[in-house]
Design a protein around this ligand. Structure first.
Ligand code: HBI
Ligand code: FE
Length: 284
């Protein structure tokens, strides 16, 4: 997926970019949300929070409870009080998708970009771009978990080098298969922690309950070599032993040689195993 290095309101992405600052931040302009938008948020929230109780990991459940955002689109400032005290992260409002280098710079400084606009009524189940429901409901609860807070900062710092080495696709897969579509073992069960799953009711059920989809143990190099699905549910999910395991697996990894070895290879197809691999047999 090629994105422009400068995004404007004419780039074909939704969102008002013309009045954004150089770092693409805008005011949230919370008072501009209409009663209909708050009502739509409440419906999205109610539907997903039922699934969260049964399908999300403990960190997500605890984080969501601490954010107090059931009654309408939350004020980012209020969340910042909670976040700042817990992990030192801060939310900044953005018009939508922002250029890779700007995104990385925010994360490296523990600023999480949250899209300001809310999806329309006909997109409740799926939309291609991040909106405030995906960004806030999906990502912000996990920013209260120390392992994910640390991982996102490291990811931001790793971005500059990956871009310089022509290995951005590899690094982006690490984000995709963890922060967006990650699963974790918890008390003998599979749980969701990825925002792309947890902000979709269909994929939350699919990722946990489907008997056929491929689930593999998390391995950072395997993840960085594996292609992913953009327009459908994933064909492979990677499962962490625990959230701290994400950091343990990465601190010992030298990204440079990994990029050099694999960056010019086509990605491994999603949904396929390599010789010697075994799927996680939750339903065997
Ligand atoms: N911008 N708002 C926003 N949200 C993202 O998740 C995002 C982005 N810009 C770049 C990007 N993600 C990814 O392509 C990088 O993580 C590689
Ligand atoms: Fe996301």
């Amino acid at each position: 997926m090629k994105k422009p290095s400068t995004i404007t309101s004419n780039s074909g992405l939704r969102g008002e970019y013309d009045h954004a600052a150089d770092d693409y931040t805008v005011g949230q302009d919370w008072h501009a949300y209409t009663p209909e938008m708050h009502e739509r948020w409440r419906r999205l929230f109610a539907r997903q929070s039922d699934l969260v109780r049964t399908h999300a990991c403990a960190s997500f459940r605890d984080g969501l409870a601490r954010l107090d955002c059931a009654d309408g689109i939350p004020r980012f400032e209020d969340a910042n009080t909670v976040l700042g005290a817990a992990t030192g992260w801060r939310l900044v409002a953005v018009p939508g998708f922002i250029p890779d280098d700007v995104f990385f710079d925010h994360l490296a400084h523990r600023r999480f970009p949250v899209t300001r606009w809310l999806r329309e009524e006909h997109e409740l189940e799926y939309l291609a771009e991040p909106d405030v429901f995906h960004d806030f409901f999906g990502h912000v609860p996990m920013l209260l978990d120390p392992a994910i807070a640390r991982f996102l900062e490291l990811y931001g710092k790793a971005g500059v080098r990956a871009m310089a080495m022509g290995a951005l696709d590899m690094l982006a897969r690490l984000y995709w298969y963890t922060v967006e579509f990650g699963l974790v073992h918890e008390d003998g069960a599979l749980k969701v922690f990825g925002a792309g799953i947890i902000s979709s009711s269909g994929e939350t059920r699919f990722a946990i309950e489907d008997r056929q989809v491929l689930r593999l143990p998390f391995d950072p190099v395997r993840v960085m070599r594996t292609g992913y699905m953009i327009d459908s549910f994933q064909k492979t999910y990677f499962v962490l032993d625990s959230l701290p395991h994400l950091i343990e697996a990465l601190v010992s990894l030298d990204f440079g040689p990994v990029y050099q070895t694999w960056r010019n290879d086509p990605p491994l197809p999603a949904g396929e195993m390599l010789p010697g691999e075994f799927p996680i047999g939750a339903f065997a």
